[in-house]
Write a protein that binds this ligand. Structure first.
Ligand code: ACM
Length: 533
């Protein structure tokens, strides 16, 4: 009964006793807590908590309409884990859980929005799309006890009655994992996807290539993985995703409404490819300035801006076309990121225009770091702003906002945190720095939080950089600016401590947040790890 006797208000429960002689109803006053207002992150656009509860019965039926099958499966899993019996039916208004997909709701709820009503009779979730239904289920998931994330419960859960009408502020709510400096493989990336999905994030950008390592199999250019994937930053991990693994990750992510965006960073940040195929260099490696490494050595240091393709050699475009072609073929989403950051060359703009046009030839839309907008790129290119210093020559390009002072989570959580970058903001990027994001540019389609992995060498360290700041990024991407409030966010965030622990996330215990008690399982292990690695 631990989830029932929690609050302060009581209702009468009719206890139904089944006996041999039939059904006997005994009216017994049973205290049932008015379940607390759940701490939802991101905060829904509109939420009204009602003065009543829904006591989930032991037997449940989910009825879905339209394309509600996947959502009903997610819900079935949630209810089963909570200890309830569940059956599912594909029609009508039959059950106490109704899932309704109807494309005509797009006008009212948007492409990713949903409406969730919890009354004394049951739960009704509706949306225009599978994505909206998925997000409605994630909202429900946050109303269930945190323990559901890692253990089976005993089927005694009371939901607060509510009416929620919700849709995101921005269509792009992303994170970026630098798998090039230090490698993070399929298992970690799937876990990362799970966590993003819980907080309604929908874009996973993989920084797949850099000076220190090449992380994706390209069948036409096998040495990229035979040689280039073997490197990493000092003490970092090496490795690569096979094309099969890359496909598996995308399917896993798509089932959670997350699109993967591959980045092949060019024409700079390219030494791992240059070490694998020395012919992509100029004579005497004049494209490597200074010569921090030359083939066949790999590069393990941290410097940027010293390597580039030999841009006067037309043969590099065969490489670019082959690599982009393969990536386009195995990428399910509509975007390919071409990097384009931190390099000077008289032929830089020519390169960017050609790379952009190669991406388009393969039917994808180009994304590039803000520097690419110095070139006359196509009008549908998306610029990812990270320093905010480049004036685009093409006006009205769409923008992903990743300003380093607010969104670079490889920077310290708090001033002085070890193993963090500090070149953009000396004191780090605090939770509040991120949460304070306010958009004043109508071309911004959303936000994305990168973690560069020069100093992020393990899963625990990656967890520590993303969480809980990614939850702030999730809320600024989803919740309308005028509804956001940092004090309210901090209160709700603390209440997610148990859920983050249950998910075994090594989150940074941000000071000033009440994270609740750290739990230990006696004699087995401590689920607490210090917030520094
Ligand atoms: C970047 O941080 N060089 C995009």
């Amino acid at each position: 009964m631990k989830y029932i006797f929690k609050g302060f208000s009581f209702i009468l429960l009719a206890i139904v006793v089944l006996s041999c002689g039939g059904t006997e109803i005994i009216e017994t006053p049973q205290p049932v807590a008015l379940a607390e207002e759940p701490a939802l992150i991101p905060l829904p656009a509109q939420v009204t908590w009602k003065n009543g509860v829904y006591v989930i019965p032991s037997q449940n039926t989910i009825c879905y309409q339209g394309e509600g099958l996947e959502a009903s499966q997610w819900l079935n899993e949630l209810l089963s884990k909570a200890g309830f019996a569940v059956s599912t039916q594909n029609f009508g208004n039959c059950g106490n859980w109704k899932i309704e997909q109807d494309a005509s709701l797009a006008n009212a709820l948007g492409e990713e929005g949903y409406q969730l009503d919890i009354t004394a009779e049951g739960v009704h979730l509706k949306a225009a799309s599978k994505a909206g239904l998925f997000y409605g289920i994630q909202t429900l998931r946050q109303m269930f006890p945190a323990a559901i994330e890692n253990e089976k419960l005993n089927g005694q859960i009371v939901l607060r009655q509510t009416s929620i009408i919700d849709q995101p502020e921005f269509s792009w709510r992303g994170t970026m994992v630098d798998v090039a400096r230090s490698f993070f493989g399929l298992d970690y990336l799937k876990r990362h996807v799970d966590r993003m999905a819980l907080y309604k994030m929908n874009r996973l950008h993989l920084h797949l290539t850099d000076d220190q390592g090449w992380r994706i199999e390209i069948k036409d250019w096998p040495k990229l993985t035979e040689i280039g994937s073997k490197g990493s930053v000092r003490r970092g991990r090496s490795g690569f995703l096979t094309q099969e693994e890359y496909k598996e990750l995308q399917d896993y992510a798509l089932a959670r409404n997350i699109i993967v965006i591959p980045e092949i960073d060019m024409p700079g940040h390219i030494y791992a490819a240059l070490a694998s195929y020395p012919e992509l260099n100029c004579e005497e490696y004049s494209n490597l300035t200074p010569k921090r490494a030359t083939p066949p050595e790999m590069f393990q240091d941290y410097n940027v801006g010293w390597s580039k393709f030999c841009l006067e050699n037309p043969e590099i475009y065969q490489f670019v076309s082959d690599v982009i072609g393969e990536m386009a073929e195995i990428t399910k989403g509509p975007w390919i990121h071409i990097g384009g950051d931190e390099i000077e060359d008289p032929r830089y703009k020519e390169f960017v225009v050609k790379a952009d046009s190669i991406v388009q030839t393969y039917g994808k839309t180009t994304i590039g770091w803000e520097e690419v907008t110095k070139a006359k790129v196509s009008s549908n290119l998306i610029s990812q702003v990270w320093r905010g210093t480049v004036e685009s020559v093409v006006k009205e390009l769409k923008v992903i906002h990743s300003l380093c002072s607010q969104f670079y989570f490889d920077h310290a959580n708090v001033p002085g945190q070890e193993n963090t970058n500090n070149w953009c903001k000396k004191d780090g990027v605090s939770l509040e720095d991120n949460y304070s994001f306010i958009n004043d540019n109508p071309n911004v389609i959303g936000v994305e939080a990168p973690v560069w992995s020069e100093f992020v060498l393990s899963d625990e360290m990656m967890d520590n950089r993303f969480w809980p700041r990614a939850m702030a990024a999730a809320e600024v991407g989803w919740t309308p600016g005028e509804k956001r409030n940092f004090e309210s966010f901090k209160q709700r965030l603390g209440k997610h401590g148990d859920r983050l622990r249950a998910l075994d996330i090594n989150f940074f215990r941000t000071p000033g947040i009440d994270w609740g008690p750290e739990k230990t399982i006696p004699g087995v292990f401590s689920s607490f790890r210090p917030s520094s690695e």
